[in-house]
Ligand binder design. Structure first.
Ligand code: ZN
Length: 118
């Protein structure tokens, strides 16, 4: 399953980040941004992540996933536009003659950690 692969690579990145600092850290929150066209299901990723993260410093981490708007250029009104839903027409003139850019990205925007108490 696609989401399992994503969840395990996320976990790897996050644990590497946490291990870079020479302290026992616990991961509290992971903030992600996902492009509007990326078809992964946030809830499924979170579910997989919880299973994979068991017994790691990220076991209690909360995943906060934000959808990124899709950017495009409308050829009809010659303007840069963005949409927040998968309705592929210009929000100004309703034209479908729009060059959409990206939409499949996924990035970790921040990881919140705290030091483990002895
Ligand atoms: Zn337009």
């Amino acid at each position: 399953m696609h989401e399992t692969v994503i969840a395990s690579s996320l976990l790897k990145i996050i644990l590497e980040e946490a291990n870079k600092q020479n302290k026992a850290l616990l991961v509290d929150e992971i903030h992600l941004k996902i492009g509007l066209l990326n078809c992964i299901e946030p809830q499924t990723v979170q579910g997989c992540f919880e299973i994979l993260a068991e017994n790691t410093p990220a076991a209690k981490a909360k995943m906060i996933i934000e959808r990124m708007p899709l950017q495009g250029f409308c050829k009809n009104c010659q303007k840069h536009v963005e949409i927040h839903k998968r309705q592929f027409h210009c929000p100004n003139c309703m034209s479908s003659d729009v060059d959409w850019q990206g939409g499949n990205e996924m990035q970790i925007t921040s990881i919140n950690v705290h030091e483990q108490e002895e």
